[in-house]
Unconditional design. Structure first.
Length: 100
């Protein structure tokens, strides 16, 4: 099952997506500039193989809900996210507000 939900953070609308898969759930919250995601995100791939795309993204591990993803510290972020002031250890919702 796939669930799309608009969510407000700091008065700005983002899109939360939950994908229920066998034995796991994928979680993302995004806007038109970037996104945060659960541990399934391969930041190394984005930084190396897809570097030319300049993807703004961050990964939080150990989260099971969108609410947890928003509150969790990011474990790692892409190089492009760093150019916006997003860094590892920053909470998900703080990182999203830097993607405006």
């Amino acid at each position: 099952m796939v669930t799309l939900t608009p969510i407000l953070i700091g008065g700005y609308t983002f899109t939360a997506v939950t994908v229920q898969l066998p034995k796991t759930t994928l979680l993302t919250v995004s806007n038109d500039k970037g996104y945060i995601m659960c541990g399934a995100l391969d930041v190394g791939l984005l930084n190396n193989v897809l570097a030319d795309r300049k993807i703004v993204a961050g990964r939080a591990v150990g989260v099971k809900t969108i609410e947890q993803l928003l509150k969790a510290p990011l474990e790692c972020v892409t190089l492009e996210a760093e150019t916006l002031g997003i860094h590892a250890g920053m909470r998900g919702e703080e990182a999203l507000l830097k993607m405006l």
